[in-house]
Ligand binder design. Structure first.
Ligand code: NI
Length: 378
């Protein structure tokens, strides 16, 4: 604890020095203010420029150049990104560079920023990735019109073509442009009810008998083919008629031997009915069971002999001994394409059947039917 220092007067001289300095500074400031007040309006000593950047005012040193902007305004200016076709960003910063304009002109680094300059700074705009164009075929459809078994190509189809654009970088599927539409093929079905031939078969059962020659004459006069389902005994008795049937283009087929319903017989008996008659007529592919009677057993035996059952779908009911008009009534009512008309040349008086033949043939042909033997239908 010294007392010497307590007896000094340490503050007296520095205080005087500070007072002098303050006076000098005040005088200098006042002088500068006066000089500035006098000289500022001339602009010569104006050390700041006011620049508008994107609408905000900034003061920059007079004579500053573009590089001063980023520093002073701290504007976050980014280059553009690269986008894929769907607008997703693929990569950042490799798109277009940012742009800077001053008073509508590009702001290059060496351009001075003068007072009142209007600067616009923009982010770099995004860049869309490149497009790759490939072409692909457009398949055509086949339109089917009408119905029936026969097919007729009305119009051939042709492939179309489309351009497919994908992103060169992202491989994203972009958009498709149809260059050439596909032309559909048009196919028309015809047949039974269409333009194809309408087939019909005349068939005669239970012969040969005393009316068979007249039936053959009537058919010959119209050049009309027919199918005869003959019974074995009659065929055996009149081989000349069997021979004539074949010679005149008719088909000779099997109606069994006794005309008993095959459904009432044993398998061996069914086989015998068919094979005995078959031997007489020299073989046939078609069997018409008496009365059309058949069951699974009959079908199995016929199939095992490599033959087909041949029934009918137009019944003239000539066994009722009707007149020609009645027979024609049934024919007109029931006949459709692929019709099989049943008549009889044996078993009873068949004069009405004989008389009906030319009328039936004329009517069928007038209505567009082609007469055939049953093997053309079954
Ligand atoms: Ni019969």
């Amino acid at each position: 604890m010294t007392t010497r220092s307590d007896h000094r007067r340490p503050a007296s001289r520095p205080a005087k020095r500070r007072g002098r300095r303050l006076a000098v500074a005040t005088a200098t400031a006042a002088l500068c203010a006066i000089v500035a007040f006098v000289l500022l309006p001339t602009g010569h000593l104006n050390s700041r420029s006011l620049v508008q950047v994107n609408g905000s005012l900034f003061a920059v040193p007079a004579g500053a150049q573009a590089d001063a902007l980023a520093e002073l305004t701290a504007l976050p200016v980014r280059p553009g990104s690269t986008l894929d076709l769907t607008g997703n960003v693929i990569s950042i910063g490799d798109g277009a560079a940012p742009s800077r304009e001053v008073d509508g002109r590009p702001l290059d680094d060496d351009v001075e920023l003068t007072d009142g300059a209007q600067v616009i700074v923009r982010h770099g705009s995004p860049t869309l990735e490149g497009l790759v164009r490939t072409t692909k075929a457009i398949p055509f459809q086949t339109v089917v019109e009408g119905s029936g078994d026969a097919l007729e190509v009305v119009k051939a189809g042709s492939l179309g073509e489309r351009a497919v654009y994908t992103g060169a970088l992202s491989r994203t599927q972009g958009f498709t442009v149809v260059l050439e539409p596909a032309q559909n093929a048009v196919v028309r079905k015809t047949g039974a009810a269409g333009k194809g031939p309408k087939l019909v078969a005349l068939t005669f059962d239970d012969g040969p008998g005393e009316y068979t020659p007249a039936v053959l004459d009537a058919l010959a006069a119209k050049k009309a083919p027919a199918t005869f389902f003959v019974l074995g005994p009659g065929a055996k008795a009149r081989p000349d008629l069997i021979k004539r049937m074949k010679a005149e283009g008719h088909l000779v087929a099997n109606h069994g031997w006794t005309h008993k319903p095959l459904t009432t017989l044993s398998e061996a008996q069914i086989r015998s009915e068919i094979s005995r008659t078959d031997a007489v007529i020299g073989g046939s592919r078609y069997v018409r069971p008496a009365y059309g009677a058949r069951n699974e057993k009959v079908k199995a035996v016929v199939a095992s002999m490599g033959m087909k059952i041949a029934l009918w779908n137009v019944d003239t009911r000539d066994w009722e001994k009707p007149d020609v008009d009645a027979i024609m009534g049934w024919v007109k009512k029931q006949t459709r394409p692929n019709g099989i008309i049943i008549m009889h040349d044996g078993g009873s008086n068949r004069s009405a059947t004989v008389a009906a033949i030319p009328v039936i043939v004329d009517w069928l042909r007038a209505n567009g039917y082609t007469l055939v033997t049953i093997d053309k239908i079954l």
